[in-house]
Design a protein. Structure first.
Lengths: 165, 452, 743
């Protein structure tokens, strides 16, 4: 039994410590976004964020998650209240079959948390570990740029009167 | 560093005391007249082809091509203990490259480390090795380079601190360390051995990475091939002190160098990846010659060592071994075993780690580098992929894992101070990994090599 | 268009002959084909031909909720959305008020396979016409009830409105079996000029769930009590399980059952990772007898051509023999290529009280149902197959096999839902590949530099081994009492398989096309996006360029010289114009290429111009930018169409530059992304622009596969332009390009 922090909540998980995080997220916690694409760390479909960094959950065993915060796509937002990255991907219609997209979005999210306005080169380099078989690459890059802009305008939200800022 | 500044001080004193005339005689080199770059020289295609092969042996593109840059246009920051030196443009561009160099100038650069205008070149360009290259081979290399596409790319300013940014200092360095024509054929050895020795001591410049250097950055001749450190990678000892669990022989080396992988040793990654990528395009006879010579440098293993090696190979099978109850074992089981203990042979199944030199070496830096950076695929080529674990493992966890790997997969004593080394490894992302153009050809099962 | 016949239920029940139309199972009704011989008996368009009852397509509940049924599957092309648009438009209801239900043997019409780019032509057309006819029926009913002339009525937002403003909602108008009538051959379709929903880039209805972690795929199906299974596949075709000590595996933590049925080996466990570990242990315990039966990969083209084949001349035209000045010939080859679906195949099956339900991403729920029923020796009525999206399949991948695996295993655990997930290596090794092909072309230029004679021969396996027959599925082949693989048959023209797009669309004075059909399949193959068209178009369009060079004519101009089809000409001119195509254009290290085809010579038109960069030192080719023009008839969702063409270009670039299945004499060796590399972000082009030529009112033309062939040829032509060397053997790898440059 171990405690796993996912999307801000603690979960008691009954799984062996060598179990890859991917199976725990999908089966024990019923989360859909992180996907099984290869189980070998070659395709990126399983990507989630752990302590602010994008990781491949298919080669990340529970043993490495003690005390760490896991964020999945579900934790970023919902259809009713999408996060900038989710809005961006919807607005760009950046998906065909969509199977690779959740992993792409998590990698992009981790990038945007570090780099406010990534260049094309930076985005492509960052997404190097990710495969898309449908060929949606152009839209994915556009969506990441769009998300950066959305995050930018979100941060320009008016400051409350009388606040310390 | 104290030792270094002491020696520098000594040399400068000698030069000053010796007098300006002596300094002048040592340091000054004449310019060689430029050729008319408009008059395109023609070269025999066979000569150009040989030049291409020699350039591959010499690994020219690895330093002279930067990621995202044009071929041979330079611009790679080569890190040294004295600062970074940028590789020069060796395309035949007349203004920013070597387009106005006659063959004589090229030969002088290779032989003595002096450019056409007479300026000393920094020994990051390993002319202490290239000085051994024959006239014929220089001619072929010249023919190859002069028939490349010219690229306008001005040289980048080196980032060296005083006094190292004074090329005069290089003259002193050469005085002390540049031995002209050190390669002498050994009549007691075979022609193949001699050809290999010529290539290794010359163009292939293996010692430039694999030999330790003194404080002034010159190779220590008494410690040939005893291991070196370049760009935060450790180039293993490739002499009798080789830490490989399975001793090397000529055939294994030849396979490894040309295919990039050997089932008993693993896959050549890190800065070696480009070397084997280049050697894959070189005639097998050249590579085998290199391997023959180097096998002699490794030395024939003692019967004990040989037996040990065989035992390691025999036991290097996917284990039904019960997983011990340690943190390191659990990390290994969940993050590594799916590739490193699958029944798939390298390069596509990770090597069984008991065969890994990285784990048996005294310096754990390479292992940390690989765990942190993973192995990236070569675009469009069948090539090994290892995920990067920098994000999923913190320094403590990597240390725990490395400790486990060392104890389970090697016969060597435990490493010390792992966590600090890993923090450092994480911080100093290596120049080669980041900026080098990377290999074009990927390690392959020889049966699959050259398949579509 | 005729006014719709008002159907009186009583008349229909007495079986008035005039309303019962004969069914025809031939290819889709195409309204723009030139008049051939005697006109066929009138039948309703699209899939209405085979499923004529309107309520097979549209259901309206009393509360006004509208459900649209399609027998096609959403594969990630955006069809659910497109069909919703079509129905919303013709029914005159808000887009969001509809729901689309896709392929399910219990709920939807049998539309065979979602394949061949037929969905728009078959299902889209059916839905469009059914919706129009339903609306007409509703208006007729309203006219009756409100006692007004039907001509004065109009509809708006699901309501019928009289001239004096009285309103009746659709839900109020629907009664009894009002929609249980057969469709008429003709419908009163809306004037495209009045479209408000069709032709708009409506956001796809499936994307929101996919970007927020909603359940969207068959991999997300979770049922109470569900258990996890893994199959241990043989290491090679024809391998026999010589022995397997399953005792240790049965005792592993969580393992419920080990199933061994002949060469079919599987393990079921409570938790997924337990199943994975048990599978690995079972794999290690299994001993197989293998036999070396694969051809030499190096000699694949000659090995293929040495197999027995049936040659058929599929096209011949001989005019007065024109004088021929110059003749060239060329041979083009294609290796086996993999679908490479990102998500390995998956299925869930449950067997309760003699009834089997399977959730699968198969492209054909009805054929799969028949095949699974045959495999399990059950009546088809006891099997239900429900389509749930998988990752992109691009044709016949492992989906059907995974469905069969799940059904076979579920039968051994009655009552429990069983989830089978294929591993990456299994998908790569066992999916049926796109067949290897060889084409030989020979042509002569006559006076005036035009093609006087054209000879085209293609060697290929069939391009479909879809069920049709349990023996098409691995589980059925491997069982102790196996089903034989059905005999391979060529797909008939005009669609064709290996000969798809083999007949040139150009107008050549003399031409002859021969299809050498090869029944033997040493490597498992089936349908992969575009089928034979990928290689045939690659060959034709490469060769057109070679001839253009011979004729010293610009490649675009050369094509226009030989093309009469007006819509084809439009697409060529559009692509060239938008690209900025200039005769004799040159740039250092760059090449420019052009290609064009009409998919199957009856579906969508596509022309692509490419700019490619070739590194002369390494041989690496990179697509810098591509500009495409596409004509797919009436466009339903422009953005969806653009998405498909962009994707086709990127995917075809990957196929063309990198991809070949590898094998030794016994086993497939390309078994993961290391050994079967596909395009990554470092090779993505700078720009892709897709220009749509919309043809309002024209029939829908299938577009999902139209880009594959032109993209490949456009690349090949650009590489030839950049290097001066012509490469004819796919894939056009870095090493091949380098060797050609160095030669």
């Amino acid at each position: 039994m171990m405690t796993l922090k996912v999307n801000g909540r603690d979960h008691q998980v009954d799984a062996e410590p060598d179990t890859p995080l991917l199976y725990v997220l999908r089966d024990d916690l019923g989360l859909n976004a992180a996907k099984f694409g290869c189980g070998l760390g070659q395709c990126g479909s399983c990507t989630v964020i752990v302590d602010g960094k994008a990781v491949l959950s298919c080669v990340t065993p529970l043993a490495l998650l003690d005390g760490k915060q896991v964020t999945t796509l579900e934790g970023l937002g919902s259809v009713a209240e999408p996060a900038p990255i989710q809005r961006a991907f919807m607005e760009e219609q950046a998906a065909q079959c969509g199977y690779c997209i959740a992993g792409m979005m998590m990698r992009a999210q981790a990038l945007l948390q570090r780099v406010r306005k990534p260049t094309d080169e930076q985005i492509r380099a960052e997404l190097g570990p990710h495969l898309c078989r449908c060929g949606t690459h152009m839209r994915i890059v556009r969506a990441v740029h769009r998300a950066a802009r959305l995050m930018d305008t979100a941060s320009l939200a008016p400051v409350k009167e009388g606040s310390a800022q | 560093m104290k030792k270094k500044s002491g020696i520098i001080g000594g040399i400068l004193a000698v030069l000053l005391v010796g007098g300006a005339a002596v300094a002048f005689a040592i340091a000054w080199r004449p310019a060689i007249a430029a050729i008319d770059p408009g008059a395109r020289q023609t070269f025999d295609p066979a000569l150009v082809k040989r030049g291409r092969e020699l350039a591959a042996i010499g690994n020219c593109n690895s330093c002279h091509t930067v990621r995202g840059g044009k071929n041979f246009a330079g611009g790679l920051a080569v890190p040294t203990p004295f600062g970074a030196v940028f590789s020069s443009n060796i395309t035949p561009d007349p203004e920013t490259g070597i387009g106005s160099w006659p063959e004589e100038a090229f030969r002088r650069a290779m032989r003595a480390g002096v450019d056409r205008e007479g300026r000393h070149l920094y020994p990051t360009f390993p002319y202490d090795h290239f000085t051994n290259v024959s006239d014929d081979d220089d001619r072929a290399l010249y023919a190859f380079l002069m028939t490349r596409a010219p690229v306008r790319a001005p040289a980048r300013e080196n980032q060296l601190s005083f006094p190292f940014n004074q090329r005069l200092v290089v003259a002193g360095w050469k005085l002390l360390f540049l031995r002209r024509g050190t390669y002498q054929p050994d009549p007691s050895k075979s022609a193949e051995w001699n050809h290999g020795a010529y290539l290794v001591q010359g163009l292939a410049h293996c010692g430039a990475c694999h030999t330790p250097r003194n404080a002034l950055g010159a190779e220590r001749p008494s410690a040939s091939f005893a291991g070196g450190d370049v760009d935060n990678w450790h180039a293993y000892a490739i002499n009798t002190q080789s830490p490989a669990p399975v001793p090397w022989d000529a055939d294994a080396l030849s396979t490894y160098l040309r295919e990039g992988v050997h089932p008993d040793h693993g896959t050549a990654r890190g800065p070696m990846a480009e070397v084997v990528s280049n050697l894959s395009a070189v005639p097998a006879s050249d590579v085998h010659a290199i391997a023959t010579y180097m096998a002699d440098v490794f030395g024939a293993p003692s019967p004990d060592r040989k037996r040990q090696g065989e035992a390691v190979v025999a036991q290097a099978k996917p284990g039904a071994a019960s997983v011990p109850d340690s943190e390191g074992a659990k990390i290994y089981a969940g993050a590594c075993a799916s590739c490193h203990e699958s029944s798939r042979p390298p390069p596509y199944g990770g090597i069984h780690l008991s065969l890994s030199t990285a784990i048996s070496a005294s310096n754990p830096r390479n292992l940390a580098n690989i765990v942190l950076s993973g192995v990236r695929p070569v675009e469009g080529e069948r090539s090994p992929i290892m995920p990067s674990f920098a994000a999923s493992m913190n320094d403590r966890e990597i240390a725990v894992l490395l400790k486990y790997l060392r104890s389970r997969f090697s016969q060597q004593p435990a490493w010390s101070d792992l966590e600090r080394m890993i923090t450092e490894a994480r911080r100093t992302q290596t120049a080669f990994v980041q900026n080098s153009a990377g290999p074009d050809n990927a390690p392959a099962d020889p049966a699959q090599r050259d398949k579509p | 268009m005729n006014a719709p016949v008002i159907v009186d239920r009583r008349r229909m029940l007495t079986g008035t002959g005039a309303l019962i139309v004969s069914f025809s199972l031939t290819s889709a009704f195409a309204q723009d084909q030139g008049a051939p011989a005697a006109p066929p008996p009138p039948s309703p368009p699209g899939s209405l031909k085979t499923s004529p009852y309107l309520d097979s397509w549209i259901r309206i509940d009393a509360d006004g909720a509208i459900t649209v049924f399609t027998g096609k599957a959403e594969l990630g092309q955006g069809f659910k959305t497109a069909f919703q648009q079509i129905a919303a438009e013709e029914l005159d209801v808000p887009f969001a008020s509809l729901k689309v239900v896709t392929a399910d043997t219990k709920l939807t019409a049998n539309e065979g396979y979602t394949s061949g780019s037929h969905s728009m032509q078959d299902s889209g057309t059916a839905i469009q016409n059914a919706a129009a006819q339903v609306r007409a029926l509703l208006m007729a009913e309203a006219a009756k009830r409100l006692d007004v002339a039907v001509e004065g009525l109009r509809t708006e937002a699901g309501t019928v409105i009289t001239p004096d403003g009285r309103r009746m909602r659709y839900g109020e108008l629907v009664a009894d079996d009002m929609l249980h009538v057969q469709a008429q051959p003709n419908s009163k379709l809306k004037d495209p000029a009045t479209f408000t929903v069709m032709g708009q880039s409506i956001a796809r209805v499936d994307i929101p769930a996919k970007v927020t972690g909603g359940a969207a795929y068959v991999q997300d199906v979770r049922l109470p009590g569900m258990v996890h299974a893994r199959v241990v596949r043989p290491p090679s075709y024809g391998a026999q399980l010589a022995g397997c000590d399953t005792a240790a595996v049965e005792k592993m933590s969580g393992v419920l059952k080990v199933i061994r049925d002949g060469n079919f080996l599987a393990v079921v466990a409570e938790k997924e990772f337990q199943a994975v570990k048990a599978m690995q242990a079972l794999e290690a315990a299994a001993k197989w007898q293998e036999s070396a039966r694969l051809p030499k990969q190096d000699e694949l083209p000659s090995a293929l051509m040495a197999l027995p084949s049936q040659g058929t001349t599929i096209f011949e035209r001989s005019a007065v023999s024109a004088s021929s000045n110059k003749t060239i010939e060329a041979t083009y080859t294609r290796p086996y290529q993999a679908h490479g679906s990102i998500g390995p195949s998956c299925a869930v099956a449950q067997f309760i009280d003699g009834a089997m339900t399977v959730w699968s991403h198969t492209q054909g729920v009805y054929p799969d149902r028949a095949a699974i029923a045959e495999m399990l020796r059950m009546p088809p009525a006891s099997v239900r197959v429900v389509h749930v999206e998988g990752s992109g399949c691009y044709g016949h991948n492992g989906a059907d096999d995974a469905a069969a695996d799940a059904a076979l295993i579920a039968r051994a655990l009655p009552g429990r839902p069983v989830r089978v997930q294929w591993m990456r290596e299994q998908e790569h090794a066992w999916e049926p590949f796109g067949p290897a092909m060889v084409t030989k072309l020979k042509a002569s230029l006559g006076d005036g530099g035009r093609i006087a004679d054209w000879q085209f021969e293609v060697w290929s396996n069939t391009h479909s081994m879809r069920p049709g027959g349990a023996g098409c599925m691995l589980a059925a082949q491997h069982m102790a009492q196996p089903f034989a693989v059905p005999a391979a048959k060529p797909l008939p023209l005009p669609e064709g398989g290996g000969d798809r797009n083999a007949i040139p669309i150009y107008n050549f004075t003399n031409a002859r096309v021969v299809h050498h059909f090869i029944p033997d399949m040493p490597v498992r193959i089936s349908a992969m996006r575009a089928l034979g068209a990928y290689h045939n178009v690659f060959s034709i369009e490469s060769f057109m360029d070679e001839l253009a060079v011979l004729a010293n004519t610009d490649p675009v101009e050369f094509r226009l010289q030989h093309l009469d089809d007006a819509r084809g000409r439009d697409v060529i001119e559009k692509a060239a114009k938008e690209f900025g195509w200039r005769k004799g254009q040159q740039a250092p290290d760059r090449g420019f290429g052009f290609a064009f085809a009409r998919y199957k010579n009856l579906a969508a038109y596509c022309a692509i111009a490419s700019e490619v960069e070739v590194n002369r030192e390494t041989g690496r080719a990179r697509l810098v930018r591509a500009v495409a023009a596409v004509d797919s008839g009436q466009v339903v969702n422009p953005d969806g169409l653009i998405n498909q063409i962009e994707g086709a270009i990127v995917q075809s670039t990957s196929w063309t530059l990198y991809e070949a299945v590898t094998f030794d004499d016994t086993r497939i060796t390309s078994i993961d992304w290391q050994t079967y590399p596909i395009l990554r972000f470092d090779a993505v082009p700078d720009r892709i622009d897709v220009h749509i030529i919309n043809r309002p009112g024209k029939p829908f033309l299938g577009s999902g596969e139209t880009g594959q062939g032109p993209a490949a040829a456009s690349l090949a032509n650009a590489i030839a332009n950049a290097t001066g060397k012509r490469l004819r053997n796919l894939p056009l790898t870095r090493k091949r390009i380098k060797d050609a440059i160095d030669a």
